[in-house]
Design a protein around this ligand. Structure first.
Ligand code: TXA
Ligand code: MG
Length: 318
């Protein structure tokens, strides 16, 4: 952990147009002053992120929403009241003053207040909203520790703030309020059940057709090693001559022949599984295996976000 002084230095860097990686409760972010287009451009360069993929703007106070967006529908207000600070991002119509590079030219803004003391202190001291994607090269698994960040972006950022492992472990849930009905653009750290208990039914677009979520490419969150979702795991003939690793939810059903295995939660706890997911994928990815075989996870609560990430990681479509 680091002290106030490091946060102070990080804030000075943000103010001067630099880029800093910082912890949030979900995953590590790579941040810049949202009002500085040149600083934001550096984020896209470092991540090799296509400019058509907009960023989430992070704020330290719910009242910032009114300053950065046009009107806030009452259902959006209810979610903000209930889940902020927390792993929930809201998409609303943006105010003109937000630079186009942040929103990829869209008239909308994705905004969230993270639930992490270092993130909140950084935003406050920087005295600006912070535009930040996850701190990983585009398309790769998001980082949940500073080691992950250092491995991939270490020499390209101005400062790495260390807040230990991210407690939630999957990215924020994204809900759009541009249509009459709220739309779930990305399942994440706040479950659909929790959201619907506050505002009622939310639309769920199919994974293939999400025109309003440019970053929701079928192939995303992917390790270098090919990954397949398969209930049969290693026992299938398909994997006979392959060097495989298993990504299991609770543990092996029978005696595994496979030497490389990651178990997400022996208790079968979906929150614990989410918190372990990306680090487990990275460990398997480091072994130079032919294939990672992942066990499907129950699609309730955080299981929906986990399965969304696994399906995208396994997708062959770019
Ligand atoms: O938990 C999180 O949300 C993390 C932490 C760092 O806050 N951030 C994160 O950012 O996951 P990123 O850039 O990796 O993913 C943001 C997603 C992208 O898929 C992007 O397309 C979508 O949010 N997005 C951003 N602005 C949008 C907008 N105006 N309309 C629709 N989708 C948007
Ligand atoms: Mg990302």
């Amino acid at each position: 952990m680091m002290g106030d002084q490091t946060i102070h230095r990080a804030a000075q860097i943000i103010k001067k147009g630099g880029i800093v990686t910082f912890p949030t409760e979900t995953v590590y972010g790579l941040g810049a002053n949202a009002f500085n287009p040149l600083a934001v451009a550096r984020i896209f360069e470092v991540k090799r992120r296509p400019y058509f993929d907009p960023l989430i703007v992070h704020v330290a106070n719910p009242s910032s929403v009114e300053k950065l967006t046009k009107e806030t529908p009452s259902n959006a207000k209810k979610l903000i009241e209930k889940f902020w600070p927390g792993p929930l991002t809201i998409v609303l119509s943006k105010e003109e003053k937000i630079p186009d590079i942040v929103t990829a030219g869209l008239p909308t803004l994705a905004i969230r207040m993270p639930n992490h003391p270092m993130a909140l202190a950084l935003i406050e001291e920087s005295e600006c909203p912070i535009a930040a994607p996850s701190a990983n090269p585009f398309g790769y698994v998001s980082p949940t520790t500073t080691e992950h960040v250092r491995d991939q972006l270490g020499d390209q950022v101005d400062l790495i703030l260390d807040g230990g492992p991210c407690p939630v472990g999957v990215e924020s849930t994204i809900v759009s309020f541009l249509e009459e009905r709220p739309v779930l653009l990305r399942p994440g750290g706040v479950s659909l059940e929790e959201i619907e208990s506050v505002i009622g039914k939310v639309e769920i677009p199919s994974i293939e057709g999400r025109p309003s979520a440019p970053g929701m490419l079928p192939k995303h969150y992917a390790p270098r090693t090919p990954i397949v979702l398969d209930r049969n795991q290693e026992n299938s003939d398909l994997y006979k001559d392959k060097n495989i690793g298993l990504l299991l939810f609770q543990g092996p059903k029978d005696d595994p022949k496979c030497r490389f295995m990651e178990i997400l939660s022996t208790k079968g706890d979906l929150r614990e599984a989410a918190a372990n997911l990306f680090a487990a994928i990275r460990r398997l990815d480091a072994l130079n295996l032919d294939l990672i075989v992942a066990e499907p996870i129950p699609e309730v609560g955080l299981g929906r976000a986990i399965m969304d990430r696994l399906r995208r990681a396994a997708s062959r479509r770019e």
